[in-house]
Write a protein that binds this ligand. Structure first.
Ligand SMILES: [Zn+2]
Length: 105
C-alpha cells in the first residue's frame, strides 16, 4: 500500500458521492468547457479558512470532496461532511494528543 493510500476515499465512498450528486442533479456540464464527464476525486482536500493578514498553517478548514472534469480538469469542490464521507467531529489523530492522555501498563 502506498503511503497516501490511507488518505484515499474508498471506491464505495466515491460511488456514494457520485450517487449523491446525481440525486441532487449536480452533475451538469462543466462551467469551463461545457462537456459533461466528471470523475470523483480520490481524496478529500482542505478548504482553508481565510484569515486576513496572517496564514494559519494547519488551522481549521472545511473538508472538501471534489469532482474533476475529464476534458479540461476543472475542479469542483463539495463540502464533505454533508456528503457523508467525513464525520462532523472527528477525534484528533493519536499523535496530537497530550502525553498525559496515554495509558501505561
Ligand atoms: Zn471542463
Amino acid at each position: 500500500m502506498a503511503d497516501d493510500d490511507k488518505f484515499k476515499l474508498t471506491q464505495e465512498q466515491r460511488n456514494h458521492i457520485a450517487e449523491f450528486l446525481t440525486q441532487k442533479n449536480a452533475r451538469h456540464a462543466c462551467p469551463a468547457c461545457g462537456t459533461n464527464n466528471w470523475l470523483v476525486g480520490e481524496h478529500v482536500i482542505r478548504g482553508e479558512l481565510f484569515t486576513a493578514g496572517t496564514t494559519l498553517l494547519g488551522g481549521p478548514a472545511y473538508p472538501l470532496a471534489f469532482v474533476v472534469c475529464q476534458n479540461c480538469f476543472f475542479v469542483r469542490p463539495h463540502l464533505a461532511i454533508p456528503l457523508g464521507v467525513v464525520a462532523p467531529d472527528p477525534e484528533p489523530p493519536a499523535e496530537t494528543k497530550a502525553p498525559t492522555e496515554q495509558v501505561s501498563g
